[in-house]
Write a protein that binds this ligand. Structure first.
Ligand SMILES: Cc1ncc(COP(=O)(O)O)c(C=O)c1O
Length: 418
């Protein structure tokens, strides 16, 4: 879609698709993602270690772009420095004024860097400006004082990411325009600056009637960049994106069984599931966008409006609905004669977080389904269901979790000190 838009607008820069690792770090996901000439965006120490592992196993080479975002602590900048020293194609994106000193000790001859601009959020956000990135008014100064005359640092990229995503709204278009005006201003004094990165944020379907004009929005992004740069007499930049959720979100589903129907008053029926919405579906918790919920079987049965309840005692453990109502249409069924399954769809992003357990409800088994070259469907078990005993161990209970008289855990003590 970006390439089509670039052709339509005779755009003279390149487009680079980076995959945002935080959306899913699962190995089988990366195996698939990296088959598509995808570059990587990382944001933590652990991500940098995954990069080394991907290189060791031949999944990436040293030309693969590694865009390093995030607010960086010592261990993370050390990992970034190691990647640079080892010859990886790294662009650390400076997130705070203090970060720049971290790259002083590197022996490499030159280091390409980016600067992330702190974007403003939509009016509905609880704060105005993102905590990540450098504020607009400080960007040019940062370049002049710390990068322009530096012997090694070369500013290559200006970056921004809008948390609320790429929406066809006045606030997104005005944020993009501000960002591009800053790019043009900086580009006039910084000849090495040749790329912009507009982060992630393409949405996925969160309701069955979801519609989003991906090609239209992308066309408008490319046109906006083109127009603003042309008006400022600036060559259009190469364009990077970092789509996480869009890349993997729609690839996953979580399936529960309805274990009981509870009529709790004259009108309300709860379908109780064999799991917890709090455990297994991060998006159900704390996010406005909830996954699509549909019955998996019995589609020909008469329907009724029900509430879906998780099996923990947490008051919030219920499906909150994708369209401002917690009620969902589910088939009527005889719980003693028939099985009923319910699917939360499009849960492919941020799965690691959802695998944390709550109230000792075991994490469900994880099955991968894939089509082979002939279109035949195959499935394999990625991880078995976590037993409650495993969860108990994570909490420090279990026969081999000996404790000393001062209360510390002896079996783990050595490794913590080490
Ligand atoms: C800097 C940055 N890039 C990319 C992304 C990915 O966003 P999304 O998954 O919405 O595409 C994020 C997500 O938080 C981010 O912070």
């Amino acid at each position: 879609m970006f390439e089509n838009a670039m052709t339509r607008h005779a755009y003279r820069g390149n487009y680079t698709y980076c995959y945002c690792l935080q959306a899913s770090r699962l190995r089988f996901v990366l195996d698939e993602v990296l088959k598509n000439n995808t570059q990587l965006e990382i944001s933590s120490t652990g991500d940098a270690m995954i990069v080394k592992e991907l290189y060791r196993t031949g999944r990436i080479d040293k030309d693969t772009y590694i865009i390093c975002n995030g607010h960086k602590q010592l261990q993370y900048t050390q990992q970034i420095c190691e990647l640079i020293e080892e010859g990886f194609n790294v662009i650390p994106v400076i997130d705070s004024l203090r970060e720049i000193g971290a790259y002083e000790q590197i022996h490499a001859r030159s280091i390409n860097v980016g600067i992330r601009i702190a974007s403003d959020e939509t009016q509905s956000a609880p704060f105005r400006t993102s905590r990540l990135g450098v504020r607009y008014s400080e960007v040019c100064n940062l370049y002049r004082t710390c990068i322009q005359h530096h012997s090694k640092l070369r500013l290559r990229m200006l970056h921004f990411h809008v948390d609320s995503g790429i929406r066809d709204t006045a606030s997104y278009w005005s944020e993009l325009a501000c960002f591009l005006h800053k790019y043009c201003k900086l580009r006039k004094v910084c000849p090495s600056l040749d790329s912009i990165n507009i982060g992630g944020g393409l949405p996925i379907a969160h309701s069955p009637d979801f519609s989003y004009d991906y090609a239209g929005v992308i066309d408008q992004i490319v046109e906006t960049i083109s127009k603003i740069c042309t008006r400022s007499n600036i060559t259009v930049p190469h364009l990077f994106t970092e789509f996480g959720r869009y890349t993997v979100g729609e690839s996953g589903a979580t399936i529960y069984q309805v274990i009981e129907q509870k009529q709790q008053n004259a009108t309300e029926v709860w379908y109780m599931i064999n799991g917890s919405f709090i455990n297994h579906a991060l998006d159900v918790r704390g996010k406005k966008e909830t996954p699509i919920c549909l019955p998996i079987n019995n589609w020909s049965h008469p329907q009724r409006k029900v509430l879906l309840g998780g099996s923990t005692c947490n008051a919030q453990d219920y499906y909150t609905g994708s369209q401002d109502t917690p009620y969902v249409e589910m088939p009527r069924f005889d719980e003693f004669m028939e099985d009923q399954y319910v699917g939360l769809l499009h849960t492919g992003a941020h799965q690691e977080e959802t695998r944390a357990s709550h109230f000792l409800v075991p994490v469900p088994k994880h099955v991968i389904m894939d089509r082979d070259e002939d279109g035949k469907l195959h499935s394999w078990l990625f991880t078995p269901k976590h037993a409650s005993e495993q969860v108990m161990r994570q909490l420090g209970y279990g026969p081999d979790m000996a404790h000393s008289s001062d209360g510390s855990n002896l079996s783990h003590r050595g490794s913590i000190i080490g």
